[in-house]
Design a protein around this ligand. Structure first.
Ligand SMILES: *Cc1c(COP(=O)(O)O)cnc(C)c1O
Length: 397
């Protein structure tokens, strides 16, 4: 037997964390890493936030799981918090981002397959270099062939369009179009924010043709950009939206949010999940919402994002051969490199004990916990500067 007990789908590195302390991870042999990856935009309160730990402990002692056959005071409360803080009128809870996107796809299809709809409208237009998850529907929604290989046949009903190209999106609308599925800021694709024109344009096309604007805010949502959800920067609202990652602060939780109109097809018996919305997950989500969903917290993320970005922009000027530009919003930042970003990310991790995330389009993702502050930014810039000074792309490659 040569296959590992853990199915070998991840090329795991030598860092083996066993403990977290605010913005740091400590591994098996005691090495401390500065964590500006945050479990890929998940641990927005860091690794040891007392409100989150307390909420999970109290709920675990009281009631961990019950079936969705019963009433859910905890779920009603968290759904109300999300409805109060967003465009949405209704929420379905999931355990992951891909499941939240799955629910969003089903909601958009069911809108058109409702008695008042046009059942021919089954296709979602999706965008190049998108990432929506690893289930069959969500890999089918992405044009990235590396995720398709070995898993044919894909699910029908997705049409790929160039990201941020409004004219191309408009040209693809036909009698089968159900709507658009798009990340306002592509995460895995390389921290690429859509343009204002593109987002307003998609909203206008949806209004004109009775289509569903479905946003995937799994990575950019939940205060990460200084707004509760990134679409607020564009002054538009979706019909349906998938949220996850940061929403549980590290506890597995996702949500599909929709307007009343968009959710018209999602009646009794149309969808479900055994774990989705269980009391333990609701307690974690509530602790996150109670901490981040207020103007003071969001203003702080915005201010911190501006400070970190300014420092990064000044820093990259010292290495014009290595770095191209800084992009993103709030504390969802990316450094676009002039060389491959993955070997540099490995160099920072192994030689400077700094955790970031590589992404598409030669981009290094900088995703600090939202509770990181000047002390952590200082440490980050120190490690990054040392990393850049000691980096030789020719040797690393
Ligand atoms: C991470 C991610 C997903 C998938 O979330 P999982 O929890 O891994 O299923 C979907 N969409 C986007 C934009 C993501 O970043």
């Amino acid at each position: 037997m040569s296959i590992s007990p853990l199915m070998p789908v991840y090329p795991r590195c030598g860092v083996r964390p066993v403990r977290g302390e605010n913005c740091h991870l400590i591994d098996e042999d005691g090495t401390r890493y500065l964590d500006f990856a945050s479990g890929i935009a998940v641990n927005l309160l860091g690794h040891s936030h007392p409100a989150l730990i307390g909420a999970i402990q109290r709920q675990a002692e009281t009631l961990m799981h019950v079936s969705n056959l019963y009433g859910s005071p905890q779920g009603e409360k968290l759904a109300q918090s999300l409805v109060d803080a967003t465009f949405a009128d209704t929420v379905f809870f999931t355990n992951s981002g891909a499941e939240a996107v799955e629910c969003a796809i089903k909601t958009a299809r069911a809108y058109h397959q409702h008695a008042d709809g046009d059942a021919n409208r089954t296709e979602l237009i999706t965008f190049t270099n998108a990432f929506h998850g690893r289930t069959m529907a969500t890999i089918s929604a992405s044009n990235q062939e590396k995720m398709h290989k070995g898993f044919q046949p894909l699910l029908p009903g997705f049409v790929y369009c160039e990201f941020d190209d409004l004219e191309a999106a408009k040209a693809l609308i036909g009698p089968k179009t159900a709507g658009f599925l798009v990340e306002p800021i592509q995460g895995e694709g390389g921290i690429r924010p859509a343009s204002q024109e593109f987002m307003s344009g998609l909203r206008a096309l949806c209004d004109e043709h009775d289509l569903m604007l479905v946003l995937d805010e799994v990575q950019c949502g939940v205060a990460r950009t200084g707004k509760m959800y990134a679409h607020e920067h564009y002054g538009i609202e979706p019909d349906v939206m998938a949220s996850a990652k940061g929403i549980g602060g590290g506890f597995p939780l996702g949500a599909c949010l929709a307007t009343e109109k968009a959710a018209r097809g999602m009646g009794f018996g149309t969808h479900g999940s055994t774990y989705g919305g269980n009391p333990l997950a609701m307690a974690a989500g509530q602790a996150v919402m109670d901490t981040v969903a207020n103007d003071e917290f969001l203003a702080e993320v915005t201010a911190k994002g501006e400070r970190l970005r300014a420092r990064l922009e000044q820093f990259i000027g010292n290495y014009p051969d290595l770095f191209d530009c800084v992009r993103g919003m709030g504390l969802m930042l990316g450094i676009r490199m002039k060389v491959e970003s993955r070997p540099f990310f490995v160099h920072l991790r192994d030689n400077h004990k700094l955790l970031t995330v590589a992404a598409g389009d030669q981009t290094l993702r900088v995703l600090p916990p939202l509770v990181a502050d000047e002390a952590e930014f200082d440490e980050f810039l120190d490690k990054l500067s040392a990393g850049a000074a000691s980096y030789d792309p020719a040797v690393a490659a």
